[in-house]
Ligand binder design. Structure first.
Ligand SMILES: [Zn+2]
Length: 685
């Protein structure tokens, strides 16, 4: 599983390791003069990220990362083709225009053409990466013809000696006719999902035929099944259904050849024997297409926890297939974030202390608690399904039996999250929803730091804390549909309770006694106000993470009302919530934690239901309207994607003597650079 930022309209950051979603990331001014957001168009914002630690790598480590980076980008075309079989020729047509159009580039038409082109790059195809709908160009067919006629014809993706006019006749309906391939992934029940989805995983077959084909392949009572059909396109030729495998010598071979070439280079500079063997296994898989080999690779990859560099590379996530069979190409190359890993170790090292000193009842405390060791990685490059729109957490492999027998790797993409935070710090939401200048300044000063700490505490201590009484089932069994809201609330509350604690200062992760207030302010502001922007006025809250935040904030607000712990204020017709008494608020969090742990430990369904239905579901629709209006004025783009850094080798006497990392700031240039250097597939595959 990969955690994409699922943000209809706003920024939600989700860590798969616990499915905690964070949002309204703060709020820290850019202290380093790095431009985190470069541009905004349509519903998209383009961000950049830095790779701290890269320059400190040894030459050998840099080479390894560089080869993995090359391997990652070599598969870029595959994902375009998987998304829709005409994507590569459309992309190349658009790129030809961008590179060579001789007419006026300052007209509205040309600007609209560029917006369309950038959306195609962002989505790796002509369908929206999130909504799956085909893009409607903001310019006419006639203008498109004019563009083509005034561009370099040699670089157009003409097939079999076709003339430009014939080419235009073929390609314009694909772009302009809303009836052709309207949806990338269709999930509407009662329709043939295979026939009605534009993805290029099937041809000439219907849903039933696909199901039958793979049901026949499956071995009965196999306790270690491969992921049938993961790495192939299923086609019907002359009435015969067969797989076109994505492997060396078959479909996508010319890109896979390059991937293998760079992986083989990486093997020569691998950090250790295990990593070497793992990379060799991946090469073997690309050469044979054998899914058993893929499983073996995944087991080895899961077991490699000591290497500092890592790569995710393959046909991995199946969300783009309406039937959840076929894997989309993606790659993520990373190095370990040593600082964050240290911080997490510091917290995990005190897990027993946190357990012993918590407000929960003694009989629910663990005698030997072990902190969950969440890992943080620093991304160097992403490609395919992971780029430009990126996950912020990864939990792999996907195979159920491997996860059960060998576990999985769950990582947070630290520098990506950091970049989101930094970009959001300038988006005006803090200024809009914080009541006072003092609150704004506190948020800017400590917001990012305390928010990271809150996440770490939530993950490492929160989820690890507490025990269920003997004989009581798991929360999923006892608390049913309320289980995940209760679990997330429990983890949040452990964190919130400890953030003001002297202990955090003593172990060196919290700077002083003031900083935690930034997170308290943010939590309340978000729970009672900011998160409401995701609700349609009149609706209740359904999503469990949102329910958790509302529950915690509203409960604390109501229980503290007589002491004015949290105060609702109106200024210039706008609603604010301010914290008057941080100490009392901490006590309230402790009280709620105690009760929520009891509910979990005893499996008290009725209490969970009552608590959540009373505090975590209903919202005032006028307030929802107000929040949405205030957000609309801020003009924050709904989806974000990233420009990757570029790695460049430096040669001395024919040998690589260093690898330089550069941070381009122009999305269009990077897309053209990729097209020029990593375009290995033919137009039609
Ligand atoms: Zn969680």
């Amino acid at each position: 599983m990969v955690l994409k930022l699922i943000i209809p309209l706003f920024l939600v950051i989700t860590f798969l390791s616990c499915e905690q979603k964070k949002d309204e990331q703060n709020m820290n001014e850019n202290k380093d003069n790095f431009k985190y957001q470069t541009e905004q168009f349509a519903d998209l914002g383009i961000l950049r990220y830095k790779v701290p630690g890269f320059n400190e790598l040894s030459l050998k480590e840099k080479k390894l990362v560089y080869y993995l980076y090359k391997a990652a980008l070599s598969g870029r075309d595959i994902f375009y083709d998987q998304n829709y079989k005409h994507n590569l020729e459309i992309r190349r047509t658009l790129e030809t225009i961008v590179n060579s159009f001789k007419g006026d580039r300052n007209t509205d038409d040309f600007k609209n053409f560029m917006i369309y082109t950038k959306r195609v790059w962002f989505s790796n195809g002509i369908h929206h990466h999130y909504s799956n709908q085909k893009f409607k160009p903001g310019f006419t067919k006639e203008y498109f013809i004019e563009l083509i006629k005034n561009s370099d014809k040699q670089n157009l993706p003409l097939t079999n000696g076709e003339s430009v006019d014939e080419f235009l006749e073929r390609i314009t309906p694909i772009i302009f006719d809303p009836g052709i391939a309207p949806v990338k992934v269709n999930l509407t029940p009662d329709q043939d999902l295979v026939k009605t989805s534009a993805v290029n995983f099937y041809e000439g077959v219907n849903e039933k035929e696909v199901e039958n084909f793979y049901n026949k392949e499956k071995i009965k009572n196999d306790s270690t099944p491969v992921w049938y059909g993961l790495n192939s396109k299923l086609v019907k030729n002359n009435g015969k259904i067969e797989e076109k495998k994505w492997m060396l010598g078959r479909m996508y071979s010319s890109a896979i050849e390059k991937i293998i070439f760079w992986l083989e280079k990486a093997v020569t500079v691998a950090e250790n024997d295990h990593q070497k063997a793992t990379l060799n296994k991946l090469i073997d898989y690309y050469k044979t297409g054998d899914l058993k080999t893929w499983d073996e690779y995944n087991i080895m990859w899961t077991q490699d926890t000591s290497s500092s560099s890592d790569i995710v590379n393959g046909f991995i996530e199946v969300y783009n297939d309406p039937l959840g069979i076929k894997g989309s190409y993606e790659s993520i190359v990373s190095i370990k974030d040593k600082e964050a890993t240290k911080r997490i170790a510091a917290i995990a090292g005190q897990a027993q202390w946190f357990e012993d000193n918590s407000t929960i009842d003694k009989k629910f405390k663990k005698k030997n608690v072990v902190g969950i060791s969440a890992k943080v990685i620093t991304v160097v490059v992403e490609c395919g399904d992971a780029s430009p729109s990126t996950p912020i957490g990864i939990n792999l492999p996907n195979s159920t039996w491997i996860r059960k027998e060998y576990g999985s790797k769950s990582v947070n993409l630290g520098n990506i999250v950091h970049s989101y935070n930094e970009a959001a710090s300038g988006d005006g939401s803090l200024e809009e929803f914080a009541y006072s200048q003092e609150e704004v300044e506190l948020g800017k000063k400590y917001g990012t730091l305390t928010d990271d700490l809150h996440t770490d505490m939530h993950e490492v201590i929160g989820h690890a804390s507490g025990q269920i009484l003997p004989g009581v089932g798991t929360p999923k069994e006892t608390l049913k549909n309320y289980a995940s809201t209760i679990e997330e609330a429990r983890a949040d509350l452990v964190s919130l309770y400890y953030l003001p604690d002297q202990k955090l200062i003593d172990i060196g992760i919290m700077p002083n006694k003031e900083a935690f207030k930034a997170e308290y302010n943010k939590y309340i502001r978000n729970g009672l106000l900011q998160q409401l922007r995701r609700i349609i006025p009149g609706d209740n809250i359904e999503e469990s993470h949102m329910r958790n935040r509302l529950l915690v904030s509203k409960w604390a607000y109501e229980k503290g009302e007589k002491d004015n712990v949290i105060e609702r204020k109106i200024k210039d017709g706008k609603t604010y919530f301010i914290i008057n008494d941080y100490k009392k608020l901490r006590e309230l969090f402790g009280q709620l934690l105690k009760e929520i742990q009891r509910i979990t430990s005893e499996g008290d369904f009725n209490a969970a239901k009552k608590l959540i239905e009373t505090y975590g579901v209903k919202v005032d629709s006028d307030l929802v309207k107000e929040v949405r209006e205030r957000y609309a004025k801020l003009n924050i783009s709904a989806y974000k994607g990233f420009i990757n850094p570029i790695l460049k080798p430096v040669y001395k006497n024919g040998e690589i003597s260093d690898i330089i990392i550069e941070y381009p700031d122009d999305f269009t240039n990077e897309m053209l650079y990729y097209a020029k250097n990593y375009s290995f597939l033919p137009n039609n595959n």
